[in-house]
Design a protein around this ligand. Structure first.
Ligand SMILES: [Zn+2]
Length: 147
């Protein structure tokens, strides 16, 4: 049989007033599934989904829910969303995506070569190609006037 948790009014980290909890687990307020304020508290997994990480903070509460299949109580650490930090490191997949995006921005739209720098967004050409396009065919341009 699952252990029953009585409702207990307790001091909590996420509220200036006492809140009803289901007692304590490992010295922290215990909440049942659905009673945790979702805009204030999040599990590690929920933080990750929001692009956040606990950021060195200790959990402020535990949430319990029953895994139907195993018929066991599962405890999840809850963290303050307000104290969470943005994810510092990108995953390898994100690094690859960023590198690909950066490489794409260095490819000249004219000659198709890696310019070695991000080509200007306005014309998308490397400097030699841009120069050839600007000065090779026309003599008077806005650019030439400005220069
Ligand atoms: Zn080029």
């Amino acid at each position: 049989m699952a252990r029953q948790f009585p409702w207990v009014l307790t001091d909590v980290a996420w509220s200036p007033v006492q809140e009803f909890t289901r007692g304590k687990h490992l010295g922290l307020p215990l909440l049942s599934w659905g009673t945790a304020p979702r805009h204030l508290l999040a599990t590690r997994r929920q933080l990750t989904a929001m692009g956040l990480r606990p950021g060195g903070q200790e959990p402020v509460a535990y949430m319990y829910f029953r895994c139907r299949r195993a018929c066991k109580q599962v405890f999840a650490e809850l963290f303050l969303i307000s104290a969470a930090a943005p994810k510092r490191t990108a995953t390898p997949a994100q690094h690859t995506a960023i590198a690909k995006a950066n490489l794409a921005r260095r490819i000249c739209g004219q000659c198709g070569r890696d310019a070695g720098y991000v080509v200007p967004r306005e014309h998308g050409k490397c400097h030699p190609c841009w120069e050839a396009a600007e000065y090779g065919t026309t003599t008077t341009t806005e650019w030439a006037d400005a220069a």
